[in-house]
Design a protein around this ligand. Structure first.
Ligand code: FMN
Length: 335
C-alpha cells in the first residue's frame, strides 16, 4: 500500500503545464497525470507505469488487487484499462498518435505498452471532447431522475465501442431491469455475509479512498467490518437499479485479461462521453462478483458474450464530488 497521502490536488490539472519543450519522457509522464484520474474498483488505483523513451508500459499492481471482491481479477484489469484509455485520450489531445500493443494474459509484468508516435494523420476513434471530461468525470451513487436519456445518446454511446470483441448492451426494458435488480439483491446478501469481503471493503473505506471525511471513513469502516449489512445494501442498491432509466452492460467475446483491459477502455470512453452529455454513471459490480449470478446476467441479456461490467446511467442534480488519488509518483516504476 502506498505510504503517500491520498490527495485531491491531482484533479487540478492545467494543460498549459504540458512540457512542450521538454523531452519525450517528461511529456509522457505528464500524460500519466490524466491516466490516474481513471475510475477503479473501490478506488484501489491498481495501475503502474514505466516510461522508457516514447514507450509507456501499463500494468496492474497486484498489491492493490481486491482479492476478496475480485478473485478473478476482472475488475483489476478493467480498472487498468480505464487508466490506459485516459492516457491515450490525453496523448491525442497533446498531439501524439498512441499505438497500443497488448501483451496478453501470460505476461506477468505489463498488460500493454503505449508507443507515442508523432501525430502524422491520426485516424482516431476517440472524440476530442472526451479530453475535457477527464477532469470532470465522477461516479454517482444517488438515485436517478425518472426520465429517459436524451435523443441520440444510445447511438453515440454505442458508436464509442470500437473494440471488435467488446459489446455494449443498453437495457431499458423494465422487466429485464427488475430481473437485474433481483440479481443485485442476491449478490449484496451473499457478499455481505462474507467476512473477508466486508473486511476488505472496510479497509478501503477506512483509508478514505472512497472519498468520505476521515471521521466518516472510520465509522464506515467499523460498520462494514463488524455488521452484516447485506439487507440494507440490497434494498438500497436494488432501488438504485430500478430508478435508473438505462443499465449498461459491457460484454466481451472472451474472459481473459486483455478482454478486460479492452472492456475498461470502452467503459471509460462511455463514461466520459456520458459526462459531456450531463449523464451520470455508476458501476455496480456485485452481480459480476459471484460467478453464478454473472452467468444469469448473461442469460438475461441473451448474449453469447461474457458480462464484464455493469453500470447505471441517468440524470441527477447532485453536485459532482471527486474521490482522492495517490500522487503520480506512487505508480511510476523507475527501475
Ligand atoms: C471495475 C470497476 C468496478 C466498480 N464497481 C463499483 C461498484 O460496484 N459500486 C460503486 O459504487 N462503484 C463502483 N466503481 C466506481 C469506483 O468506486 C470509483 O471509480 C472510485 O471510487 C473512484 O471514484 P470516481 O469514479 O468518482 O473517480 C467501480 C469502478 C470500476 C472501474
Amino acid at each position: 500500500m502506498p505510504t503517500a497521502d491520498l490527495t485531491q490536488s491531482v484533479w487540478d490539472l492545467d494543460t498549459d503545464e504540458f512540457p512542450s519543450t521538454g523531452d519525450i519522457e517528461e511529456q509522457a509522464t505528464f500524460l500519466l497525470r490524466y491516466a490516474i484520474l481513471a475510475p477503479s474498483s473501490h478506488n484501489s488505483q491498481p495501475w503502474e507505469f514505466r516510461v522508457t523513451g516514447n514507450e509507456i508500459d501499463v500494468g496492474a499492481d497486484e498489491s492493490r488487487w481486491l482479492e476478496a471482491a475480485d478473485p478473478e481479477k476482472r475488475e483489476l484489469y478493467i480498472s487498468v484499462g480505464c487508466a490506459l484509455e485516459n492516457l491515450c485520450i490525453a496523448a491525442e489531445h497533446f498531439g501524439f498518435d498512441p499505438q497500443i500493443a497488448y501483451h496478453g494474459p501470460n505476461n506477468a509484468d505489463y498488460v500493454a505498452t503505449v508507443t507515442l508516435l508523432d501525430d502524422a494523420e491520426v485516424s482516431t476513434s476517440r472524440p476530442s471532447e472526451l479530453f475535457g471530461a477527464l477532469t470532470t468525470r465522477y461516479t454517482s451513487h444517488e438515485p436517478f431522475e425518472n426520465r429517459l436519456l436524451g435523443d441520440g445518446i444510445y447511438e453515440k454511446l454505442k458508436a464509442l465501442v470500437v473494440e471488435d470483441d467488446v459489446s455494449l448492451h443498453l437495457v431499458d426494458n423494465s422487466d429485464i431491469k427488475t430481473a437485474i435488480s433481483e440479481l443485485q439483491v442476491e449478490a449484496d446478501r451473499l457478499l455481505m455475509e462474507d467476512p473477508a469481503y466486508r473486511k476488505e471493503l472496510g479497509h478501503w473505506i477506512g483509508l478514505g479512498a472512497l472519498g468520505s471525511s476521515w471521521l466518516m471513513a472510520r465509522i464506515g469502516q467499523a460498520v462494514v467490518t463488524h455488521l452484516d449489512i447485506g439487507d440494507r445494501e440490497a434494498k438500497k442498491n436494488s432501488t438504485l437499479i430500478e430508478s435508473a432509466p438505462v443499465l449498461g452492460v459491457l460484454t466481451a467475446a472472451s474472459d481473459d485479461s486483455t478482454a478486460q483491459v479492452r472492456t475498461g477502455q470502452a467503459f471509460e470512453r462511455v463514461a466520459l462521453l456520458a459526462t459531456t452529455d450531463g449523464v451520470a454513471v455508476h458501476p455496480m459490480s456485485q452481480t459480476l462478483e459471484r460467478p453464478e449470478l454473472r452467468a444469469r446476467l448473461g442469460e438475461l441479456l441473451d448474449t453469447a458474450g461474457v458480462p464484464q461490467h455493469l453500470f447505471r446511467l441517468g440524470y441527477t442534480d447532485e453536485a459532482a464530488e471527486h474521490t482522492p488519488r495517490w500522487p503520480l509518483e506512487t505508480f511510476l516504476d523507475d527501475e
